[in-house]
Design a protein around this ligand. Structure first.
Ligand code: NAD
Length: 436
């Protein structure tokens, strides 16, 4: 199969690289020239473990290339995937579909057909039909089908998720589109990974429903954590006891500083708006959105308490600012609420993050970026574990405490045991949902 992909971000690039590893001939398109130049040099513009090696292997095998020229990418292509961003539209919470629709029009102008136009971006129900209308209006002679193929990969584990998915969801309305999609995913199908074939609307809905469910699960345990703090229970034990129940499952059941990232915040918002627009509000999701904001604010209060009620002139070492480990993605990270609140209160904030600086520097002005957690703790009044990078999971706590002016720790990912932290010389420890 020859396949073009529009958008070389976290999803488009991983899709392009993995499909080429399946043996397809892939051409990845982006409109940012610097990204294409980097990729042509063999450099990966994002941080995703293992992506550089897989990219190099497939470029060398002649199956993977990069271009700004969509018409060239579409020459002889059996399918084109749209993997552009669908951020929250300013002002109203809807998904901003302008990038998707622009890509659809560009395809209509450049494609010769026959071709399947596949939307991989997360889009509201009805979008694939709109894509079909837009393309048909812009190029009435084009022979094409549409397909919805939402993506479920997790940043930081994207290659594994793509190569070994729990399922692949494909929404189609024609036999021909079904055949092409089956051919594209044949390597997975042959290895018994389930392919769920649906209509267009159901495929679109599955993606939002799945993300909203996971966001709700995180938010549920975060609310339980708040109650644990009040009643003296330990949320880590509670979540273990709950998660071992096969009906519940243990993933996405870790209390923390609230969900963030490039998907959950915008997708829960978009789903809530879709519900409102259809006079079928999803009240549970609306509440999840509200509670998640409260969770982040509660974290700020926790830090404020640890700083004796004032951030003024306190030196705080923040370990981790990306929305989760193993990614450089800063979009909607809890750190973007928590760090500015401390700076606004007069704190001097030092940040250590293995990959967050490139993205984070412009988003978190007024902080000092450092590379060594121990140096960041020198003379500090508080250390905050905000993202559970492996680098921060086994720190020498004695060394850390010894360097601090006042050894206090906020462990917002419950990485450490309160007893170990205190035994190492910390005078105060606060996790999430457990006794200090
Ligand atoms: N990031 C994730 O973990 C993840 C997971 C599942 C689904 N998704 C969904 O996948 C979609 C893409 O997300 P992402 O994180 O990869 O976005 P991203 O912002 O990292 O990448 C989008 C890319 O598309 C390019 N682009 C936009 N319009 C273009 C055009 N007309 N022609 C060529 N290039 C164009 C941009 O330059 C950018 O490089 C979103 O809808 C998102 O919700 C993301």
């Amino acid at each position: 199969m020859k396949i073009a992909i529009i958008g070389t971000g976290y999803v488009g690039l991983v899709t392009g690289v993995c499909f080429s590893d399946f043996g397809h001939e892939m051409v990845c398109v982006d409109k940012i020239p610097s990204k294409i130049e980097m990729l042509r040099r063999g450099e990966v513009p994002i941080f995703e473990p293992g992506l550089d090696r897989l990219l190099e292997r497939n470029v060398r095998a002649g199956r993977l290339s990069f271009t700004e020229d969509l018409a060239q990418a579409l020459e002889g292509a059996d399918a084109v995937f749209i993997a552009v961003g669908t951020p929250t539209r300013r002002g109203d919470g809807h998904a901003d579909l302008s990038f998707v629709m622009a890509a659809a029009e560009e395809i209509a102008r450049a494609a010769r057909g026959p071709i399947v136009i596949v939307t991989k971006s997360t889009v509201p129900v009805g979008t694939n039909r709109r894509v079909r209308e837009v393309v048909a209006a812009a190029n009435p002679d084009l022979d094409f089908d549409v397909a919805s193929n939402p993506e479920f990969l997790r940043e930081g584990a994207a290659i594994d998720d793509f190569m070994k998915p729990d399922r692949v969801v494909v929404g189609v309305e024609t036999e021909r589109a079904a055949r092409v999609m089956q051919e594209i995913y044949r390597p997975l199908y042959l290895r018994d990974f389930p392919i769920v074939m649906t209509d267009l609307e159901s495929a679109e809905m599955i993606k939002y429903a799945a993300n909203a469910f996971l966001a709700a699960k995180i938010t549920f345990i975060n609310e339980i954590a708040a109650l644990c703090e009040k009643v003296g229970a330990d949320v880590k034990q509670v979540s273990k006891g709950m998660g071992l129940d096969g009906r519940i499952g243990k993933t996405f059941l870790h209390a923390g500083p609230g969900y963030g990232g490039s998907c959950f915040p915008k997708d829960t918002q978009a789903l809530a708006r879709i519900g409102q627009d259809h006079a079928s509000p999803i009240q549970l999701v609306e509440t999840v959105i509200k509670v998640n904001e409260e969770v982040k604010r509660r974290m700020v209060d926790k830090l404020l308490d640890l700083c004796d009620g004032s951030f003024n002139r306190k030196t705080v070492a923040v370990l981790g600012v990306t929305f989760k480990p193993n990614t450089d993605d800063m979009r909607d990270a809890p750190s973007l609420t928590i760090v500015p609140a401390m700076i606004g209160g007069g704190a001097m904030v030092r940040i250590v993050d293995p990959q967050g600086r490139r993205e984070g520097e412009s988003m978190l002005p007024g902080v000092e970026w450092m590379t060594d957690p121990y140096a960041a703790a020198d003379g500090a009044d508080l250390v905050v574990v905000l993202t559970e990078w492996n680098e921060f999971r086994a720190l020498d706590l004695r060394e850390l405490a010894g360097r601090m002016a006042c050894p206090r720790m906020a462990d917002l990912r419950n990485v450490y045991s309160p007893g170990d932290v205190r035994a190492a010389g910390f005078v105060a420890y606060e996790g999430v949902g457990r006794r200090g």
